[in-house]
Design a protein. Sequence first.
Length: 216
Amino acid sequence: MNAPRLIVGLGNPTDQHAHDRHNAGFWFIDALLRHYPGQMRPDAKFLGDVGEVRIGTQVVRLLKPMTYMNRSGQSVGALARFYRLEPADILIAYDELDLMPGSARLKLGGSSTHNGLRDITAHLGTPRYWRLRLGIGHPRSLNLNKSVVDFVLGKPSQSDQQLIDQAIDRSVDHLPILMRDGWEIATQQLHSADPAMQQAKAARKGSPEAKPTDSL
């Protein structure tokens, strides 16, 4: 299938962590449910909250692991095995340190230092699943004197939160394209709508190299 059968949002349970940057994946599921009718319910068999929504003509399962971030693979692996899902049928939404707030990118496979993804890779036996990388920035890039752990378990500034929310909403808006047209087209269109990509494109157009020179 050229579209996800399962969408997973990563985060940590309990109200204590609800506003942490590390919970961007949970925020994505919440935003998705504001756009499409559906409810999450606890399911001990899958160690998480599960649900489903219809996007266009496709029904997609949803999962929020309640295992805490570092054991997310236990939940994802249990559901994937039960429904006999291939890794490439799964989309994982998570907080990405290597992208600035406001960016959202789709990617298939690859290595990661994200503990949730590491555990998912271990339980699926492969990194070849899809990821929705929701940019939260890095303490260095945001000029914050914080460790990475304190940063991801902290609350974004109001302006950064607004940018993250915009990226999440933009990603949700592209889900019908993903379900109808598949990964390649959805990836191209989502990345083209990324403000950072648009700024880079505008900068290239305005550079001296991009301007035609007068003939001599």
